[in-house]
Design a protein around this ligand. Structure first.
Ligand code: FE
Length: 205
């Protein structure tokens, strides 16, 4: 053990999966990428999903009280993360040119790259400041394939593109690979692609 007892890198050792959470604001389907889906109880089963308040989906789900969790597999290519993770449903139709399947609640189920979906009904909302946590019951669930689930670790190792950054001086976003060029990364910098903060950037070596 080291002398640094507040080594936040410890948090990277927590295991996560990656999911597309779909919702509908009454006008169009929407979806976003989250890693924060957890089964928190059984008998009855309850699922917690935490979403950043800056995401349009947060407001939609708070209003409609329903969502689908689409469990991504290791076959999901980077373009899925770009389509659902790096643009906002506020001004983009993320399902343009795609005809999704539907669960009984009417919400979209991804036609590819998932091994299961779970339809959720919000039972409780917990305000966490920057984020909202939705505690949900399950109204429908099914397994689509036996392909392995996408984990956060797998995404970082195998899916996220490795940028050619040898020649520039700056910082790279550990989440999506965005490159900030400059000597000093502002402490309040927010990644324009994935909206993660300065703590998720590392200097380019
Ligand atoms: Fe990023």
């Amino acid at each position: 053990m080291s002398n640094n007892k507040m080594n936040m890198s410890a948090l990277f050792q927590i295991g996560y999966g990656l999911y597309v959470v779909t919702s509908n604001d009454g006008k169009k389907d929407n979806g976003l990428i989250v890693n924060t889906v957890i089964q928190v109880t059984n008998t009855p089963e309850k699922i917690a999903v935490t979403i950043n308040k800056q995401n349009y989906s947060h407001d939609t789900i708070k209003e409609t009280g329903v969502m689908n969790v689409n469990c991504l597999t290791v076959e999901a290519p980077f373009k899925v993360f770009e389509a659902f993770g790096f643009v906002s449903g506020r001004n983009t139709d993320k399902f343009a040119g795609c005809s999704p399947e539907r669960s009984a609640n009417g919400l979209a189920v991804l036609p590819r790259y998932i091994n299961a979906y779970i339809s959720l009904k919000v039972e409780q909302y917990i305000d966490l400041g920057t984020h909202g946590m939705f505690i949900c019951s399950i109204t429908e669930a099914d397994v689509i394939s036996d392909k392995e689930s996408m984990t956060y670790a797998y995404y970082h190792k195998n899916v996220k593109p490795k940028p050619e950054t040898k020649t520039v001086k700056g910082y790279v976003c550990k989440i999506c690979g965005y490159v900030y060029e400059g000597e000093e990364l502002p402490a309040d910098f927010v990644c324009p692609l994935c909206k993660h903060g300065a703590s998720d950037f590392e200097p380019i070596k």
